[in-house]
Design a binder for this molecule. Sequence first.
Ligand SMILES: [Fe+2]
Ligand SMILES: [Fe+2]
Length: 387
Amino acid sequence: MTQEFQPTPDTRPRILIVDDEIVNIEVLRVMLERYEDYRVFHTSSVFDALPLARRLFPDVILLDVMMPQKSGFMMIEEIRRSESKLARVPVIVMTAASEEEIRLRALNLGANDFLEKPFHIAELRARIRNNLRIKHFEDELERQNQQLEQRVLARTAELTRSRVEIIRRLGKAAEFRDDETGQHVARVGAACAIIAGRLGLPAERIELIFHASPMHDIGKIAIPDSILLKKGRLTPEEFEVMKRHTVYGADLFRPLGHLNWDFLRHQPTRADSFDGHDQPILQVACSIALNHHERWDGKGYPHGLAGEEIPLEGRITAVADVFDALMSDRPYKKAFSLERSLEIIKEGSGTQFDAEVVECFFASLEDISRARRFFADTTVSEKTPAP
Ligand SMILES: [Fe+2]
Ligand SMILES: [Fe+2]
């Protein structure tokens, strides 16, 4: 069996010489190739120099700044402005000792070092070696930063995954308290995401709504069984208690603040240690739990917000939740037909619901129906934990 030829990558430092004097290039090339193990590239055209540098990513550039056509100063500027790793390449400017002004200008533009003409081999080797060492450390630092960044990204993704998972399980826990069949919240989540997509919301926000909306009734875990599980209609007093599930739910998702160990030393925690939400998913879950029973006409609860005062997530969940509730059997009612349920939603447009959200709901009916079939109800026994 023949083995495929794999060339070993040439890791020798790459030096790019830019000088309009061919003689200078030759002298430098011979010196560098004879005394050091470098790969030497060169050009006498300042116009070719930058494209060549972009292609090669040299480790050091030896640059003559006084060239016809276009000055080497411009090249320094363009290198330093570059958005690639080229911006960090050391530039050694070749000048005569007397050219003070040129040196200062080159330095201000970002040149790293100078090499005096005529060239001395010892100085040339020392300066290149020093600049290569600095470049090596910078490259290493950059590599470590990138690794660190990747690790942070991976950790953040992992944290988000576990956070979403915990929130979903919290929702599951609430389902066990309720008499609703398990899939209601999943269907609401899917319908909300579909409507949000139709409204043209960005993908990130759709995902947040998808994960957060199934938690809309999480506050029901704080409602007494006698009310939550009551067969038949609630009395007005009981209904007032039931309405509190919105506020309880929002409270569950409010920030807890950092754990202050002073508390354990019997010193009360200070209110200002209570930091704001830095978790978008908790923020959206909080908003949905609080606002999913608000009405467009301001007759909803808990705060009687109206129109666009109600956060959009809440307006979307209101439609998705009511539709699914209408289509489902509940302790106090049988499921409505699809036609009747759609009629009720349509009747609520502009009064109970945001008309634009209702429009998007109707425009997405096919997708919502498909999601409803996917998350069809399981039987109650499947929900019951094994003895
Ligand atoms: Fe609710
Ligand atoms: Fe619900």
